[in-house]
Design a protein around this ligand. Structure first.
Ligand code: TPP
Ligand code: MG
Length: 326
């Protein structure tokens, strides 16, 4: 394979870190140890990991309500994710944000939003600033397949195209928005075509193939940096769990078991680990060790999270208004 063993192992390890963190968080929600609503990312790991592997800390990322995977893939610390979900002061947002408001500014993750399409406008600001100041770096805006139904999606794409901004939109099309499948929300499954109509270079990749996502995003980054304007990538994927929380939504009649089973067969981690093992990049033992070592990291992160202090009530008004020096 044309990539180094270290790089390929990093991709696998990151996907495992997301999977194992999410699996643990799902259990903590079931056990009522976590109160913040958690939209879990299990099944979609290859999108965040493949995309963020093509970025540097100088590149910005904006995320959604389903943000844990983006946070970890962009280099956010897993212990600060757990602390945030436990609403503790050592959380990445000081325990004020919870699951849907994560950030890791030093790594380029400038924010995530619980509002559907919340980052579609916000993500343009830093891109515009960089363009005006002649600075490098791209902005990646992750969004779900429901977002093109919001007006600001069209405004954002149009504005970025007219101004040739270095923005990459990554649409994680997991076929559902809360309780509605795509077919009940759009006349056709044509999000990339609509993006192209706004003047963006637009493509579709299989979002469960981490290397395909990486290659598509890397090429998009190059084009955006070369002044070719915004890029659009639709990643076809599937979330294994329900819209929010640890259940799969099959019990409430939203999805069917056959569809879920079919997508579980296309598990991004299984596919990639099988590939690395069959091509001799790693062996089964190394894979087992990797899973174990990621498990220990997640365990330690959970302990860090729940043993961290709650924010001091005297700091309640901090960060609410900007502090202007007089
Ligand atoms: C403006 C707005 N409308 C509705 C909601 C409620 N809501 C939260 S997530 C969601 C569906 C999002 O679907 P999609 O963009 O496909 O992302 P996914 O959940 O599938 O990852 C909705 C309707 C919201 N948070 N904000
Ligand atoms: Mg969706």
């Amino acid at each position: 394979m044309e990539y180094s063993k270290e790089f390929l192992e990093q991709l696998l390890r990151k996907m495992l870190l997301i999977r194992q963190s999410e699996t643990r968080i799902a259990q903590l929600v079931t056990d009522k140890k976590i109160a913040t609503p958690c939209h879990l990312y299990v099944g979609q790991e290859a999108v965040a990991v493949g995309a963020c592997a093509a970025l540097t800390d100088e590149d910005y990322v904006f995320s959604t309500h389903r943000s844990h995977g983006h946070f970890l893939a962009k280099g956010g610390e897993v212990k600060r994710l757990f602390a945030e979900i436990f609403c503790r002061k050592d959380g990445c947002s000081g325990g004020r944000g919870g699951s849907m408001h994560l950030c890791a500014p030093q790594k380029g993750l400038l924010g995530s939003s619980s509002i559907v399409a919340g980052c579609l406008g916000i993500g343009l600001g830093p891109a515009m600033k960089r363009k005006i100041m002649g600075e490098g770096g791209v902005s990646v805006i992750f969004h779900g397949d429901c977002v093109p139904e919001e007006g600001i999606w069209h405004e954002s794409l149009n504005f970025a195209a007219v101004n040739k901004l270095p923005v990459i939109y990554i649409c994680e099309n997991n076929l559902y928005a809360a309780s509605l499948p795509l077919a009940e929300r759009r006349v056709s499954d044509n999000i990339p075509e609509v993006a192209a109509a706004h003047g963006l270079r637009s493509e579709v990749v299989f979002g469960n193939d981490v290397l395909k996502v990486y290659e598509a995003v890397k090429a998009a980054v190059e084009r955006a940096k070369n002044g070719e304007g915004p890029q659009f990538i639709e990643c076809r994927t599937y979330r294994w769990l329900g819209h929010v929380g640890p259940k799969d939504d099959i019990d409430v009649g939203l999805r069917n078991q056959a569809e879920l089973d079919e997508w579980k067969e296309k598990c991004p981690i299984k596919a990639f680990s099988n590939k690395l093992i069959s091509e001799g990049v790693i062996n089964q033992n190394e894979y087992e060790e990797m899973k174990e070592s990621v498990g220990s990291v997640v365990e330690a992160a959970e302990v860090f999270g729940y043993t961290s202090q709650r924010p001091d009530p005297s700091t309640l008004m901090k960060h609410v208004y900007s502090e202007v020096e007089k």
